[in-house]
Design a protein around this ligand. Structure first.
Ligand SMILES: [Zn+2]
Length: 218
């Protein structure tokens, strides 16, 4: 009977296809858990992916993990909800970890500086910043720190907001990234808020794309 009948083997490795959150590729084929968790690519590529395309990708991901291990990540910004960022300035690379990238601490997406080509930051779907803007990034044009906290205390749902960090790269699997960060005003501005770290990440990415010296906020 349908639900518990024996499923096909994984088209990539031949393993058993069982469990939740399995990735589907072209021709309605489902990958096993082990293959699924190693994949990090734009969803649109999966729709037409063949087993051979996935095998090449898994090889690429293995090399990515080696690249990640070989860098000296002198700057790590891990305070932003659901998002982690690292920089190796001397080694000219960054890493990004987020559910939207389907990666994790074991194998973050690593990009060399010359792979980054575009950057835009949105808040509540409104563009806040992009690579053409050379001025400082202001993340609190709408809500002051105090206003945000007051609103949060009065109505929890009203202050839920989101950032979207949109990047374009020359990475074959991530030509476009759309990273969504959900937060509340208190998380952004309050005690231990991440507004400064969000600005810092955007500033670093902008400096890299504009081939400027990287500016840190002290
Ligand atoms: Zn498999």
């Amino acid at each position: 009977m349908g639900l518990f009948s024996k499923k096909d083997a994984c088209p990539v490795c031949g393993g058993e296809v069982k469990g939740l959150f399995l990735i589907k590729i072209g021709d309605k084929q489902t990958l096993c858990k082990n293959c699924s968790k190693q994949i990090s690519m734009n969803k649109s590529l999966l729709e037409t992916a063949t087993p051979e395309f996935i095998r090449e990708h898994l090889d690429y991901r293995k090399k990515n993990a080696e690249k990640y291990a070989s860098h000296n990540w002198s700057v790590k910004i891990h305070s932003i909800p659901g998002f982690q960022f690292g920089l190796d300035e001397a080694g000219k690379a960054i890493y990004l970890i987020h559910d939207d990238l389907h990666d994790n601490e074991d194998n973050p997406v690593v990009l060399s500086f010359d792979q980054l080509t575009g950057y835009e930051l949105y808040r509540r779907k409104k563009k806040m910043d992009d690579m053409e803007n050379t001025g400082p990034i202001t993340l609190d044009t709408k809500l002051s720190a105090i206003g945000g906290i007051a609103q949060f205390a009065g109505n929890k749902t009203a202050s839920a907001e989101s950032f979207q960090l949109k990047l374009t790269t020359t990475d074959p699997y991530w030509k476009e990234m759309d990273i969504k960060i959900d937060f509340t005003s208190t998380q952004l501005h309050g005690l231990g808020g991440f507004a400064k770290d969000m600005r810092q990440v955007c500033q670093i990415i902008k400096n890299i794309i504009r081939k400027e010296p990287i500016r840190y906020e002290s």
